[in-house]
Write a protein that binds this ligand. Structure first.
Ligand code: SF4
Length: 367
């Protein structure tokens, strides 16, 4: 299967819910989500991060709401945001009400943790009034004590039963604009929980691996866990969780969707691993090209390869590529060599010029 092969994934049928102008579930595109790590009360810092995330491909942004000031700050952040915003709230239903009043598009709150059905009713009433959905987010660390005792720990069964309990509280208020997540830091447990839940509800599911880790471990863990779920057709929105700055999550999320043939965004790059035939600083070249492609929106495919003998052939599908030699490189298009550059110092400059030209051609074609 190459990048052009249509994805064989059959998506699980879910009902559609509305988040702002966006439909989620019901066969709509799988949406990429993240969460700010700014203090939500710091309006300017939060707006800057929301804008940076949106620019990098984030389609839904969640913000933690820890107090009334944070809820009030959402008004200004929402006014500046090009994407729907979700207020993430624990325990205090008044913060949910204040966030909805500030204009947020959706809530993430667990109804079982906010102090009773009367408070659930108040939140649902306010959510219905503005058409906001609610995500129930069960984490392995948030499973209720009686379920931990019943199942002997935060097992996938316990997580599903916890989620269904929260769902019932919303359904008792005739509310069905629900999305559910069941995150564990264990990949097998997360997969088991989502597959079990997918059998018993048709609400859209937000998928993620919680506390996935630092960029290398987190990307690997999320890639495996979310990749398996997506391959099974499960998942209507997703988040790749990486410790620290949320922006790198976008690269991983979009690469994951692209690898599975689900969605594409921007340029694609392949580079060879290097071997004993490599006679040029290929890692440096690859990094420079990757950096350049970061903001490119057109679907140009670029290859950065280590040798003239095998490089172009191995990267036949690339729109443009570079294959290094001793103190030189060739530039190729669709696997055919079109030009030779002499002097390692000139290689990057000349390749970047060629790359600019082809990006421009793509942009003209897409315009
Ligand atoms: Fe080695 Fe050439 Fe393949 Fe790169 S493209 S791994 S240098 S054989």
């Amino acid at each position: 299967m190459n990048a052009e092969t249509p994805s064989p994934i059959v998506r699980r049928k879910t009902r559609a819910i509305r988040l702002g102008d966006m439909l989620i579930g019901g066969g709509n595109p799988i949406r990429v989500q993240s969460m700010t790590n700014t203090d939500t009360r710091d309006v300017q810092a939060s707006i800057a991060q929301v804008l940076a995330l949106a620019e990098a491909g984030c389609e839904i942004v969640r913000l933690a709401v820890l107090d009334e000031d944070a809820a009030r700050a959402l008004k200004e952040i929402k006014a500046a945001s090009p994407v729907p915003l979700i207020a993430d709230i624990h325990f205090d239903h008044r913060l949910a009400l204040a966030s909805l009043e500030a204009g947020v598009d959706g809530l993430r709150i667990n109804p079982g943790n906010i102090g009773g059905q009367d408070k659930v009713a108040a939140v649902v009433h306010a959510a219905k009034a503005v058409g906001a959905p609610i995500r129930i987010g069960v984490n392995s660390g948030s499973v209720e004590r009686h379920l931990l005792e019943k199942f002997g720990g935060p097992t996938p069964e316990a997580m599903v039963e916890s989620a269904l309990g929260h769902v019932r509280m919303l359904e008792d208020e005739n509310f069905d604009q629900i999305k559910i997540s069941l995150k564990s830091s264990s990949v097998p447990a997360t997969i088991a929980a989502y597959t079990r839940l997918a059998d018993v509800v048709d609400y859209p599911l937000h998928i993620g691996i919680t506390e996935a880790g630092t960029p290398l471990r987190g990307a690997t863990k999320s890639g495996v866990g979310l990749g398996i779920l997506l391959w099974m057709g499960i998942g209507d929105t997703l988040r790749v969780s990486l410790t620290g700055d949320p922006l790198p999550e976008m690269d991983v999320a979009w690469e994951l969707l692209r690898c599975l043939g689900i969605r594409r965004r921007g340029a694609e790059m392949v580079s060879c691993p290097t071997c004993g035939r490599t006679e040029i600083d290929l890692a440096g070249l690859a990094q420079a090209v990757e950096q350049k492609l970061r903001g490119v929106q057109v679907p140009v495919k670029v290859a950065v390869m280590g040798c003239v003998v095998n490089g172009p052939g191995e990267a036949r599908e690339a729109d443009i590529g570079l294959a290094g030699g001793r103190d030189c490189a060739v530039i190729f298009r669709k696997g055919e060599v079109v030009r030779k550059v002499r002097g390692e110092a000139n290689v990057l400059t000349e390749f970047m010029n060629e790359l600019d030209q082809i990006i421009q051609e793509f942009e003209n074609r897409c315009a």
